[in-house]
Design a protein around this ligand. Structure first.
Ligand code: NAI
Length: 333
């Protein structure tokens, strides 16, 4: 099978090539993202292997199909960047990696909370300047605080375990309550209750029409003043402009982001020689109580190994049996 790997970085190449020892597929690596401008690169490939910021919308998919591509292998869990209905109409099969390391994302989420609370990012910079003063670094004990988790699937469950270990009170919001989380002491509550009672709110749900801008001005107004908000899910789950207003007013006390609504133009690239044209992103970076990482929550060696193995395994399943347990289809009805 000929596979065109888009948005590929040296680390993708290393892990996919190692996993491919067992498959011997023909892998071609392309650095650009898959978009309407780059889709011709996929001409003649049986499959494309794509990541979170590749665009597989109704303008790209027909041209992929014209070029002979019938399989789309996402090397990520989220599939909000694929028009599944258009793919199905074109008889294209879509597979993803539903769980590669929920630990990687849950642990990074915890890292953002600890760094923001104890201002570790600021302390690091201060100490390097010979400034050992503590003013401005005051945090709070996580023990006994209320942590609200929106989305208690694979990642949310691991994160619940970690927060249970810290001795936090746990509130959850999810259309499908999870018995393991309940066993750890989580109470499932309506979103409005979670927003009103949580000291720390972590978003661990997928981006869907129902969760798009779930955290908007109205939701922020319901939160505790000074709340810590963490988003390691997908950028558009929060209305970033409303969050900037919340930070300016002090309603949001601190913000940890691993994802950003408009991250496609910035994340995964070294743009340190350029001016950031996105005023919202530039404003976010300017706050002392905001910590942003560039979609790195998944980025552990364990996760990359698992992603590469599952991605090639998914394609082999499609090739050999015509289907895969990790196939994604448009919602029915
Ligand atoms: P999962 O599918 O196991 O869990 C998602 C949970 O969210 C499910 O329990 C689902 O019922 C719940 N949910 C759906 N709609 C909801 C709503 N309206 N309100 C509250 N909960 C809702 O997915 P998993 O593996 O836990 O991943 C969650 C998300 O994390 C992914 O969809 C992806 O967008 C993001 N992610 C981010 C990564 C990063 O590097 N920052 C890496 C991997 C995933």
């Amino acid at each position: 099978m000929k596979i065109a790997v888009f948005s590929s970085k040296p680390y993708d190449r290393d892990f996919l090539q190692a996993a491919n020892e067992a498959y011997q597929y023909e892998l071609s690596f392309f650095e650009p993202r898959l978009t309407a401008e780059t889709v011709e690169l996929a001409h003649g490939f049986d499959a494309v292997c794509v990541f979170v910021n590749d665009r597989l919308d109704a303008s790209v998919l027909p041209r992929l199909a014209e070029g002979g591509t019938r399989r789309i292998a996402l090397r990520c869990a989220g599939f909000n960047n694929v028009d599944l209905a258009a793919a199905e109409r074109l008889s294209m099969q879509v597979v993803r990696v539903p769980a590669y390391s929920p630990y990687a994302v849950a642990e990074h989420t915890t890292g953002l909370i600890l760094a923001l609370n104890r201002k570790i990012h600021r302390a690091y910079a201060r100490v390097r300047e010979g400034n050992f003063a503590l003013s401005g670094l005051l945090g709070f004990d996580l023990h006994g605080r209320t942590v609200g988790i929106v989305g208690t699937g694979q990642i949310g469950t691991v994160f619940t375990r970690i927060m249970a270990g810290f001795g936090c009170r746990l509130l959850g919001h999810d259309p499908y309550p999870n018995a393991e989380c309940q066993g750890l002491g989580m109470s499932y509550v309506p979103l409005s209750t979670l927003l009103a009672e949580s000291d720390v709110i972590s978003l661990n749900c997928p981006l869907t029409p129902a969760t798009h801008h779930l955290i908007d001005a109205e939701a922020i107004a319901q939160m505790k003043r000074g709340v810590m908000l963490i988003n390691t899910s997908r950028g558009a789950v929060i209305d970033t402009k409303a969050v900037v207003d919340g930070l300016k007013s002090g309603q949001i006390g601190s913000l940890g982001l691993d994802v950003y609504e408009e991250e496609g133009d910035y994340f995964f690239e070294n743009l340190s020689e350029q001016v950031i044209a996105d005023d919202v992103l530039a404003r976010l970076i300017s706050f002392p109580n905001v910590l942003i990482t560039g979609h790195q929550a998944f980025f552990t060696a364990d996760a990359l190994r698992s992603i590469a193995e599952t991605t090639l395994g998914n394609l082999r399943d499609l090739e050999q049996s015509g289907h895969s347990k990790n196939q994604v289809r448009p919602p029915q009805g």
